[in-house]
Design a protein around this ligand. Structure first.
Ligand code: 5GP
Length: 194
């Protein structure tokens, strides 16, 4: 998605060969217009997939999921990273190792919101080593629901996430695929000269 790639080029900050900071439009301050366009694009890509629920993870997955949920007329559920006081034990739980925080957390989703009838589109802000996505897939599988696909805003294609998810046979649509962050420079997969 060209508009997203342009935002990454002009507003992204390469912190290291592995980490991209995009807190001017996605991870802290939110560019609602751009995130609306991102959600619109997910809705377009998955319009024929009979999506009944969108599942993301708090907090950065929520903004890009909003418009997709509206356009696909499918409720948006966000997995919680900390169990809420109002949540009882009626939850699906999965363990997720966080790439950026270097710690393992339980993520939870109430059993009230996913059933075996559901066809779920999983959305997240980044795909790195795939741990967050695999945790969300695990929750959908625990519910006996169907993973209809994954929508990723920014994929770091030099890490293992895509491979792990494709090995499970799921469709992934990433709106920006980064080949490398080396030397402080963002190179996208579709810019590679072969
Ligand atoms: P994974 O579970 O695929 O290893 O990492 C995905 C999660 O880690 C994303 O939900 C995102 O919050 C965070 N993450 C991974 N890589 C980056 C990065 O380069 N920049 C930012 N801002 N977050 C990242």
């Amino acid at each position: 998605m060209e508009r997203l790639k342009q935002a990454i080029r002009t507003k992204g900050n390469v912190l290291s060969n592995e980490v991209l900071k995009v807190d001017t439009f996605l991870n802290h301050q939110v560019d609602v217009e751009l995130m609306g366009a991102v959600g619109e694009e997910f809705a377009r890509l998955f319009k024929d997939s009979e999506i009944t629920k969108i599942l993301t993870i708090e907090s950065s997955g929520i903004a890009p999921s909003f418009m997709a949920s509206a356009r696909l007329a499918a409720p948006l559920i966000f997995a919680r990273k900390k169990k809420s006081l109002t949540m009882n034990d009626n939850v699906f739980v999965s363990k997720v190792y966080s790439f950026t925080k270097r710690e393992t957390n339980d993520i939870t989703v109430s059993k009230d919101f996913l059933t075996s009838e559901d066809r779920v589109l999983i959305i997240d802000d980044f795909l790195a080593n795939g741990q967050a996505a695999l945790g969300l897939i695990d929750i959908v599988e625990q519910a006996g629901a169907t993973v209809a696909g994954l929508g990723i805003v920014i994929e770091k294609s030099f890490q293992d996430g895509r491979k792990l998810i494709e090995e499970k046979g799921y469709r992934i649509e990433s709106l920006a695929r980064i080949h490398s962050l080396e030397n402080g420079h963002v190179t996208f997969v579709d810019e590679l000269v072969t």
